[in-house]
Design a protein around this ligand. Structure first.
Ligand code: RB5
Length: 156
């Protein structure tokens, strides 16, 4: 599994903890920043990382900002992305089992590093259940296809 990781200035400490977790689990990853503590714009990190997951360059993506909200909203604009904003271990497990989420967003100003690490570990190690949940995901995929084709009809 290859994981793409990024944060804005509001998520750099938890990003570091996630890096340590990925090393510990022996999971290949690439860190896409940000590099500094000055203020940056979360869409500049969320969308490029989401595109790398959507095009198959990476299997999963993890994004951290202050609340996780901006990152998750941005990532979910990219076709094929199911980014789950998660702040508890139960949801981390369920979003893999039922939603086959391919991206995880968390907020450093919402939870502590220990919980973030547990959430990420659970999310990384839980497999999708498939079955009836696959049909539901296909409905989302179908909606995205229709949206994309109606956009191209309008010349967008
Ligand atoms: C940055 O101040 C903050 O708005 C950002 O990290 C995030 O919480 C946005 O959703």
């Amino acid at each position: 599994m290859k994981v793409a990781l990024a944060s804005d200035h509001g998520g750099i400490h938890i990003r570091e903890v996630i890096r340590e977790l990925l090393e510990e689990l022996g999971i290949e990853y690439q860190d896409f920043g940000c590099d500094c503590e000055t203020s940056v714009d979360y869409p500049d990190y969320a969308m490029p990382v989401a595109e790398k997951v959507a095009n198959g360059e990476f299997d999963r993506g993890i994004l951290i900002c202050g609340t996780g909200i901006g990152m998750s909203i941005s990532a979910n604009k990219v076709k094929g992305i199911r980014c789950a904003l998660v702040h508890d271990v139960f949801s981390a497990k369920m979003t893999r089992l039922h939603n086959n989420s391919n991206m995880l967003a968390m907020g450093e100003r919402v939870i502590g590093a220990g919980l973030a690490s547990e959430i990420a570990k659970t999310w990384l190690l839980t497999e999708f259940e498939g079955g009836r949940h696959q049909n539901r995901i296909e409905k989302i995929n179908k909606y995205e296809e229709i949206e994309a084709s109606s956009g191209s009809e309008k010349g967008e």
